[in-house]
Design a protein around this ligand. Structure first.
Ligand SMILES: Nc1c(O)cccc1[N+](=O)[O-]
Length: 247
């Protein structure tokens, strides 16, 4: 997978050189390219923003640098068309399902807005030559799209075949489709079996895989009911088997 990130703060993405994603980049599984938006400005101050039409606080990112940056990154006649992701608080809530779908894309371009956002004509212009998605990682205010892009790139990249050391761990993640559909993960434990008066639940030491799976699902249901009752309400009652209802 190729991922292009356009930003005025390329150094923000140094963390993508570390850990699993850094390893995936070095192995060629993942091709992440960073682009400084100011490369497409020509004034002395490399201006990327201006006052909003209609008045109001803050500044809006100018369309010209973005238009030229996207033209340059995507190219005049690309062999493949990328999907443009616009991280924004006004976007569609980004979920694990989005991550799974986007992990199947060959090429993503992330446009990191700052200030009050990017001139809205940029998304319309880009939409004439590639799919555009406005996505939000949460209902809070960030200083820009870089943090959100880091979150989405990590969530998507870890689902690429070969990136995770043990493919199964993605299947047992919170929100993972299938066995964990819409449930958050329950408690996890490792050695020692007893620590500060707390013992690991005996079922996890039993070697009985069926009982362990059942226990983990029961605990996931309990934690979801406690922390995310909104998710439980989303699950079709028919999906929950009889034991789930007893939890
Ligand atoms: N919340 C927020 C923001 O304030 C700025 C850019 C992107 C996001 N977001 O994706 O959630």
């Amino acid at each position: 997978m190729r991922i292009d990130i356009i930003t005025i703060f390329p150094d923000y993405f140094t963390p993508l050189e570390l850990s699993l994603i850094g390893k995936a980049r070095r192995s060629g599984l993942l091709d992440i390219r960073l682009h400084d938006l100011r490369s497409w400005t020509y004034d002395r101050h490399h201006t990327v923003d201006d006052t909003p039409y209609g008045g109001g606080p803050g500044m809006v990112m100018k369309p010209e640098p973005w238009g030229e940056a996207l033209d340059a990154v995507v190219g005049p006649e690309p062999a493949a068309v990328p999907r443009l992701i616009l991280p924004t608080p006004s976007g569609v809530p980004f979920t694990q399902r989005h991550a799974g779908r986007l992990a199947g894309e060959p090429w993503l371009v992330f446009a990191c807005g700052r200030y009050e956002g990017i001139d809205s004509r940029v998304a319309v212009d880009a939409g004439r030559r590639m799919p555009v998605e406005e996505l939000s990682i949460g209902d809070y205010v960030l200083a820009g799209g870089e943090s959100a892009t880091l979150v989405m790139v990590e969530t998507i990249s870890r689902l690429l075949p070969g990136v995770l050391g043990n493919a199964e761990s993605a299947e047992q993640d919170s929100f993972a489709p299938g066995a964990m559909d819409d449930l958050v993960e329950g408690p996890v434990y490792t050695k020692p079996a007893e620590w500060r008066g707390q013992e690991v639940p005996p079922v996890l030491l039993s070697g009985h895989h069926g009982a362990v799976d059942r226990w983990r699902r029961d605990e996931a249901l309990r934690k979801t009911a406690r922390n995310r009752p909104d998710l439980l309400r989303r699950i079709d009652p028919e999906v929950l088997d009889r034991r789930d209802r007893e939890v």
